[in-house]
Structure formats: structure tokens, C-alpha cells
Design a binder for this molecule. Structure first.
Ligand SMILES: [Zn+2]
Length: 264
């Protein structure tokens, strides 16, 4: 509370000052998210009422298997249900076309930076997952109970992603005479990486499931943003300089990126 507020709060009046120039404050309408049952769809439909939406739009999100409608703020549920109802065939076709979900299970080969360690469950052993380069090839040995295996492998991969992406970012940035102010790893669904104005770079941990050239490209992309906060010609020149190849990794992510979201 400022001095004026303090004075008012105590029931006092502050000396009159010349009236400030009035400015109309833009009213910020936040996006709201609700769920709606629509006949013909087993799962609830996610409704996002967004002030930026100009019309109704429908999406099937392959990362979360969510059917999502984005609408302007004042559109009612009946109108939304009608809209989705007219596109039921499309929704079902999109849901059916999603690649199968792949929880991490015993015996499965995990794509890991171009290698593919096989998951070996060791029920008697305590502790998390560890990579072992044994006589049978590279294995990811996971202790504990079977019901936690998927979670333990995911935790291991997240930690690997944090370690690898931090090191690769520092190395790539150093080649360009740049430095990121920090690196974090999340489970972002819409972007593989992002770079803030303060130089913080964030990645999806799922990048670790992609081949090394793809990871190198995403890292080069975000590092290039440390210098060029845009996607102009100078940005792409720097990005290509750091990544070697840009076109093939971008095409790969377009073709295979959705599958990386199906793991775990
Ligand atoms: Zn970018």
C-alpha cells in the first residue's frame, strides 16, 4: 500500500493534488478453461474461452489425447456442443489416428539420443534406474516394484535430459561467444524449446528421445535466439552455422515429433 492508500485506510485525506491525467485501462479478460460433455464423445471436451479467439476452433491434442475447443469468451455451451457435434467424424478420425501410447515397460527399447537401451526390471534391487553397458548390450536397469517402473524410467530420462541439454547448450553457446543465463527442462507440449528475453533457455525433456542431430538443432535454435530474438535471415544463418543442418532436423520433428509425446 502506498502513502495515499495508507492515509485513506486510516480515514484521513491527503492534501489535494492536481488531478492526474486519466488513462483508460485496458480490461484484461483472462482465458478460462472448463470441461463440457458432448454426446458421441467418451471424454469431456476441454473448452477454452479466450479473448483472442475470433471464432470457434477445434483441435485434438496428440500430447494429452484432449479434444479442445477454443471460442470467444461469450459463446455458450449449447453452441459449442452443437459445433463439436457437427464435427464428430473428424474428431473420431483424429483420435483414431494418434500413435499408440507407449508406457515404459520391461524389455522395451528406449530411444535415447540415437541409442536404444533395453529396459530390464530388477525387482529385488532398490534405487532408481541406471544405464549398464553389459554383455547383452546397453541396458537400462530399473529397481523397485513394477508399478513404479514407468515413473522411474521417466525420472531417469528427465535427469539425463537436464544433464545433456545443459552441457550441450553451454558448449554450443560458447562456440558463438554466447552464454545462456540458465537452462531448465520441462514437459512442454507445444514447443521443443524456448528462450526468454533474459537468456533463460527451456527445453522439453522428451528431446532426449530424439536422435543427436535433432537435439543439436533445437539447442542451436535456442542458442541463436540469445543473439537474435526473431526468426529473420540473420537468425537462420547463425542457427545453421551452429547446427550444421537445419532442414532435415526440422522435417524430422514435423514427421516424428508427435510420437515422442506418446512415451511414458
Ligand atoms: Zn525460435
Amino acid at each position: 500500500m502506498g502513502l495515499m492508500g495508507l492515509l485513506r485506510g486510516m480515514g484521513l485525506t491527503a492534501p489535494k493534488k492536481p488531478a492526474p491525467r486519466t488513462r483508460t485501462k485496458a480490461r484484461v479478460v483472462p482465458t478460462t478453461v472448463t470441461q463440457l460433455r458432448v454426446a458421441g464423445i467418451d471424454q469431456p471436451v476441454e473448452v477454452r474461452r479466450s479473448p483472442r479467439a475470433r471464432r470457434l476452433s477445434l483441435k485434438v491434442d496428440g500430447a494429452t489425447d484432449t479434444v479442445r475447443v477454443t471460442v470467444p469468451p461469450r459463446v455458450g455451451d449449447a453452441e459449442i456442443a452443437g459445433f463439436v457435434g457437427r464435427h464428430l467424424d473428424w474428431v473420431h478420425a483424429r483420435l483414431a489416428a494418434l500413435p499408440p501410447r507407449q508406457p515404459f515397460i520391461d524389455g522395451m527399447a528406449v530411444p535415447l539420443l540415437g541409442r536404444s537401451p533395453v529396459i530390464r526390471h530388477e525387482p529385488g534391487r532398490r534405487g532408481g534406474a541406471r544405464l549398464v553397458d553389459g554383455p547383452a548390450g546397453l541396458e537400462l536397469r530399473v529397481g523397485g516394484e513394477a508399478e513404479f517402473l514407468n515413473r522411474r524410467v521417466t525420472d531417469f530420462l528427465k535427469a539425463e535430459a537436464r544433464r545433456h541439454l545443459s552441457a550441450l547448450t553451454a558448449e554450443t553457446a560458447a562456440r558463438a561467444g554466447l552464454r545462456a543465463s540458465g537452462v531448465s527442462v520441462r514437459d512442454t507440449r507445444s514447443r521443443w524449446g524456448s528462450c526468454s528475453a533474459t537468456g533463460r533457455i527451456s527445453y522439453s525433456w522428451r528431446l532426449i528421445l530424439a536422435p543427436p542431430q535433432i537435439v543439436a538443432y533445437v539447442v542451436a535454435h535456442e542458442v541463436a535466439h540469445l543473439k537474435e530474438m526473431n526468426h529473420g535471415p540473420r537468425f537462420w544463418a547463425l542457427c545453421a552455422d551452429l547446427a550444421g543442418d537445419v532442414d532435415k532436423p526440422r522435417a524430422w520433428l514435423k514427421a516424428h515429433g508427435a510420437k515422442l509425446h506418446r512415451f511414458g
